[in-house]
Design a protein around this ligand. Structure first.
Ligand SMILES: [Zn+2]
Length: 192
């Protein structure tokens, strides 16, 4: 009797052991896949403040010179942007930076995310440029919020040499003319 019960217990342990091995076999590979996928999306490569990253929906002061996103802007663009910000703020405008300088790795992660979101590299290219093409990576472009500040800049930006470059990006400004000059004709989008 005792022997029978212990044999049953042994069988139970064997079954449990087999189940555990089966579970490891089942979960093992998918965990590896998840780790590979996690390197691309949604977590992306680890980009942080030192890459110029500003979280989506967040914004920083145009005078935050301690942040790489602001500090690594091309000096001419940075001072033009800060001059404009001072005057806009004096006019009661809420003037913030939603994106400034970006590392190549950060730009690439934005492009990867856009390819997934839009379903093709071609469509994504209308909204996000490659690290080789983006003026954010060279520090020659800055994205401004809020909407009031964008409207203010579309009216007064050229006084500081700041121009909206793409018709579909009212927030994206580059130093594209001399102060009090005329801005070049806008491109339809980043892909055009
Ligand atoms: Zn931009």
């Amino acid at each position: 009797m005792l022997k029978k019960r212990s044999a049953a217990a042994m069988l139970g342990l064997l079954l449990l052991g087999g189940l555990a091995v089966g579970l490891i076999a089942l979960t093992g590979p998918s965990r590896d896949d998840a780790a590979v996928a996690g390197g691309l999306w949604p977590a992306g490569p680890a980009v942080g403040v030192e890459d110029g990253a500003i979280e989506e929906g967040e914004a920083v002061s145009p005078f935050a010179d301690d942040l790489p996103a602001i500090a690594k802007l091309e000096p001419g663009l940075r001072s033009a942007m800060q001059d404009a910000a001072r005057d806009a703020i004096a006019d009661g405008i809420d003037f913030v930076v939603t994106s400034g300088w970006r590392s190549a790795a950060y730009q690439q992660s934005l492009l990867d995310a856009a390819v997934i979101e839009y379903g093709s590299a071609e469509v994504a290219g209308e909204f996000v440029l490659s690290p080789e093409q983006s003026k954010h990576v060279t520090g020659e472009a800055v994205d401004i919020g809020r909407t009031d500040a964008d409207s203010w800049l579309s009216q007064h930006g050229a006084d500081y040499g700041l121009c909206q470059i793409y018709a579909n990006e009212m927030w994206h400004f580059e130093l594209a003319t001399s102060p009090d000059g005329e801005c070049p004709t806008q491109l339809m989008n980043a892909g055009g």
